[in-house]
Design a binder for this molecule. Structure first.
Ligand code: RIB
Length: 286
């Protein structure tokens, strides 16, 4: 990280991901055995914070964890990479968020979250520091996100995941909205009312960046041998925000984000697999 690294603040969730690898995802009512359990740090907020940090930003995370051993496990990679955690509060008597994740041989996943302490990130716990950009997702209370947005006048990105009913003022305030195909289908017309840019991700088919009816950029996905796509959307979001606030043009920024996201799918776990800036540039500028 250089002295001029952009400061990005992330307001969001911290989870411990309990990931089971299986040959095929279970259908409703089906039991699938012979899985392999792994625990990884996760949560969309924490993932986006780590991705932004590894790609070159100075990062502060505003979040809430429980006073249990899962908290330490969930935060250790953020600590190791130097994300500022001074505004991660501990809520005693509440468990740290947990995500139960199943990943199959095709790298597809199913995720169920027990938010725990993420629900305790109240508006009173939020004091936004000076930063060039703020990134939020929807795994913490919406009134907290409204409070965070009201305290911040810089570049605001909202990753509308997981799907929830979002106050219109948040959509209107966002400089960038990030959604995948499923989320885009849920929000529908609402996205057309966004004043800022909208990034749409299509998994293995890449992504596009729009402003109103204008397509600013389109990018096919960088081809990798995908093992686990958990956190790929989080890597994409963080990378796109960083590239845009660095002043990269839309085409260039989207290429940076798509490449970072693809690389993050090459290994298991949301956070262990997140690429560093040099890994992305080695592909974009060989
Ligand atoms: O976006 C992936 C993340 O969603 C996982 O790490 C899991 O914790 C859930 O929040």
């Amino acid at each position: 990280m250089t002295a001029s690294a952009p400061h990005i603040v992330v307001v969001g969730s911290v989870n411990l991901d309990m990931t089971v690898r299986v040959r095929a995802l279970p259908r409703p009512g089906e039991t699938v055995t012979n899985g392999e359990l792994h625990c990884f740090p996760g949560g969309k907020g924490a993932n986006q914070a780590l991705a932004a940090r590894r790609l070159g930003a100075k990062v502060s995370l505003i979040a809430c964890v429980g006073d249990d051993t899962n908290a330490e496990a969930a935060l250790h990679l953020l600590k190791a990479d130097g994300v500022d955690l001074t505004q991660v509060t501990v809520d005693s008597g509440t468990p740290t968020g947990v995500a139960m994740i199943t990943v199959d041989d095709e790298a597809e996943n199913q995720i169920v979250v027990a938010p725990g302490a993420n629900r305790r990130l109240t508006p009173q716990r939020v004091a936004i520091p000076d930063a060039v950009a703020m990134i939020c997702q929807l795994e913490v209370p919406l009134d907290t996100l409204l409070e965070a947005a009201s305290q911040f006048s810089g570049f605001l990105c909202i990753n509308l995941a997981p799907v929830r009913d979002v106050p219109a003022e948040l959509i209107a305030r966002a400089d960038l909205i990030v959604v995948n195909e499923i989320e885009a289908a849920h929000y529908g017309e609402t996205l057309h009312r966004a004043a800022g840019m909208v990034a749409l991700t299509y998994g293995r088919r890449g992504a596009s960046l729009l402003q109103g009816a204008v397509t600013l950029a389109k990018r096919a996905a960088h081809t990798v041998n995908a093992v686990d796509t958990t956190g790929a959307g989080d890597t994409f979001t963080a990378a796109l925000v960083l590239a845009l606030v660095e002043g990269q043009a839309p085409e260039e920024a989207l290429a940076f984000a798509c490449t970072a996201a693809a690389l993050s799918a090459e290994r298991a776990g949301a956070q262990p697999s997140m690429p560093r800036r040099a890994d992305v540039l080695a592909i974009l500028e060989p």
